[in-house]
Design a protein around this ligand. Structure first.
Ligand SMILES: [Zn+2]
Length: 184
């Protein structure tokens, strides 16, 4: 039997991108945190196949969970590219559980990787806002800034040097003339 987190182990709260699910007590790695549930849709029934919402969770080619129901608090769990939980998909039982893959501390936002299809359809077009991607973006921005500063400094140095060289050349020329080292 896997460890199952008590219902008090999480709460819905404000996250950077809207709402999210947060741990209210330590959750050990491997613990089942919450079930992702909702009506089961059958792709063989045409009118069920064309329901479009971002809370659909595909179990396999045939069955999909419509997680948009209010009671399904797991729908608040946001995507992360470096998550602390994962979806444990059980197509045969037609169930999905969200399970901790790291020790989660109280106050931590719970997240899991929504997978490539979701990422491509919903996140890539607007840019993923998960903490991991935000950190990466910040780092890239800082690097770009540092590079710009470096280039600017180099350009300024070159300009100064060019000015200095000019002077030096003039001086050199003058000195050269004075010394009369030229054969002429
Ligand atoms: Zn991301």
């Amino acid at each position: 039997m896997p460890a199952i987190a008590s219902s008090k182990s999480y709460r819905v709260g404000r996250s950077k991108t809207g709402l999210g699910l947060f741990a209210t007590m330590p959750i050990k790695k491997g613990t089942r945190i919450i079930r992702y549930f909702g009506p089961i849709l059958d792709s063989r029934i045409p009118e069920q196949d064309d329901i479009e919402n971002k809370y659909l969770f595909e179990l396999n080619g045939r069955w999909t969970i419509d997680g948009s129901v209010r009671k399904n608090l797991a729908r608040y769990i946001n995507h992360s590219c470096r998550p602390n939980a994962e979806s444990d998909v059980r197509p045969r039982e037609r169930k999905v559980f969200i399970r901790a893959i790291k020790n989660i501390e109280p106050g931590d936002e719970i997240n899991y990787d929504y997978g490539t299809d979701y990422f491509k359809a919903y996140l890539k077009p607007i840019g993923c806002k998960c903490p991991s991607c935000e950190t990466k973006r910040k780092k890239l921005r800082a690097e770009a800034r540092a590079e710009r500063t470096k280039v600017k400094a180099r350009t300024e140095r070159k300009a100064k040097k060019a000015g200095a060289t000019k002077k030096k050349k003039l001086n050199g020329h003058a000195v050269g003339k004075k010394n009369g080292r030229a054969r002429a």
